[in-house]
Write a protein that binds this ligand. Structure first.
Ligand SMILES: NC(=O)c1ccc[n+]([C@@H]2O[C@H](COP(=O)([O-])OP(=O)(O)OC[C@H]3O[C@@H](n4cnc5c(N)ncnc54)[C@H](OP(=O)(O)O)[C@@H]3O)[C@@H](O)[C@H]2O)c1
Length: 281
């Protein structure tokens, strides 16, 4: 396993499992399977409505809590609810979160950030960060924060590499975490001939080549999967290394192609959307 060291010294695994769009049963099964394969980083969110299931899977693993890096995100409609962090802890069934993010730059996100800072100071959260913020929005947080954000989670894959944003984050002592690390499973991306060629050379799948490229680029990955074979493969990334030339070939695939586009209308809708977090299994 390789690790990133966050700006407050916390160590974060470079590869984990994501749980977006997984039902509670699916999330529980995927996280259990991932922990058995050696994963120690799990990403969830209030809005995924599977935090209770993720907590169950962690407890069922029998692993000590401090061996697992648990990450979740506050949803915009909870930013102004003063018990949002405590309720998140309750659903996860744990007394601390390793990394808590503001999920979207929507509504009163500064209020959400203040809640995370308070939770950090109270020892309920070991690191805090942002998700889906652009450079200007990150700068606004940096100009107003008391606790420096450690991580930005955003869409990154070979078709959307965010090179300029990464340079900015590096200057701000923040690390990037890639969501949609496999382009949300886009078959055209995964089947790119370059990945097939490199897969053949290293005895790895195309998806493993993409994930290895991410890690060598400094991008923390959290591929989502319901398939135990994919879950196993997506963590089997630490016994080979792409050459500088191969990294450059993949870097040349960047075309600023996103699978998700944020709009002001979407952000307004997120604030109105109240996830039924209590009704989850
Ligand atoms: N902060 C945000 O706003 C945000 C937004 C989106 C996602 N995320 C986080 O990022 C995580 C990753 O995103 P994602 O799950 O949507 O997309 P992804 O990881 O890019 O792709 C997942 C898709 O790829 C397939 N897949 C996984 N491993 C594979 C493999 N080895 N070979 C072939 N196909 C494979 C999966 O299908 P199978 O189930 O068949 O394996 C699934 O359809 C999420 O789970 C979530 O935790 C955050």
């Amino acid at each position: 396993m390789e690790y990133a060291v966050l700006n407050n010294g916390v160590k974060m695994p470079m590869a984990g499992i994501g749980t977006f769009l997984l039902s509670p049963d699916e999330a529980e099964a995927s996280v259990r399977s991932a922990l058995r394969c050696g994963y120690r980083l799990i990403d969830t969110a209030n809005a995924y409505r599977n935090e209770k299931a993720v907590g169950r899977a962690i407890r069922a693993s029998g692993l000590p809590r401090d061996e697992i890096f648990l990450e979740t995100k506050l949803w915009p409609s909870f930013y102004e609810q003063p018990d949002a962090v405590d309720k998140t802890l309750e659903r996860l069934g744990t007394d601390y979160i390793d990394l808590l993010l503001i999920h979207q730059p929507a509504g009163n996100y500064m209020a959400g950030y203040r809640q995370m800072e308070k939770a950090y100071q109270e020892g309920k959260v070991r690191a805090i960060g942002l998700s889906n913020f652009n450079r200007e929005q990150i700068q606004e947080i940096l100009d107003n924060c008391r606790v420096h954000p450690a991580v930005l989670q955003t869409e990154v894959h070979p078709y959307n590499q965010e090179k300029a944003l990464k340079r900015f984050l590096e200057e701000q002592a923040m690390v990037i975490q890639a969501w949609y690390p496999l382009g949300h499973g886009d078959k055209a991306l995964i089947a790119e001939p370059l990945f097939s060629q490199l897969g053949k050379k290293y005895g790895k799948s195309n998806a493993q080549i993409i994930l290895r490229w991410q890690i060598q680029s400094g991008n923390i990955v959290i591929p989502g999967s319901k398939n135990p074979d994919h879950i196993r493969d997506n963590f089997d990334l630490f016994d080979f290394e792409l050459t500088e030339g191969e990294m450059a070939q993949i870097a040349a695939m960047d075309q600023a192609k996103r699978y998700y586009t944020s709009t002001p209308e979407l952000l307004r809708r997120y604030v109105q959307m109240i996830p039924d977090v209590d009704g989850q299994k």
